[in-house]
Design a protein. Structure first.
Length: 118
């Protein structure tokens, strides 16, 4: 599975962005997909994940109620809709494919930078 993330940018606090992650390969539908972020000087942090079927979603407490993850099997794409952004959401966002809890995903995208100004 090859992953290509896009959609990052600069936004003011309270604004919204939608990240996309396009996957190539026939096995996209077999994997849970997720987003993991890394802020400057901090460790990587799990953000959200969606099951292989798309019926279950999981979120970090820090983004619950603000972010929504979804996937489109027809387009081999996973999305992260981010609303009510905060400066502490500033990070490089990576999409990943995994079936083991996203502790060490085998497949990663290249990352897209999200900067939230106060």
């Amino acid at each position: 599975v090859q992953l290509q993330a896009s959609g990052g940018g600069l936004v003011q606090a309270g604004g919204s962005l939608r990240l996309s992650c396009a996957a190539s390969g026939r096995t996209f539908s077999r994997y849970a997909m997720g987003w993991i972020r890394q802020a400057p000087g901090k460790e990587r942090e799990f953000v959200a994940a969606v099951s292989a079927s798309g019926t279950s979603t999981y979120y970090a407490d820090s983004v619950k109620g603000r972010f929504t993850i979804s996937r489109d099997h027809a387009k081999n794409t996973v999305y992260l809709q981010m609303n009510m952004l905060k400066p502490e959401d500033t990070a490089i966002y990576y999409c990943a494919a995994d079936n083991n809890g996203f502790h060490s995903p085998p497949y990663w995208g290249q990352g897209t930078l999200v900067t939230v100004s106060s």
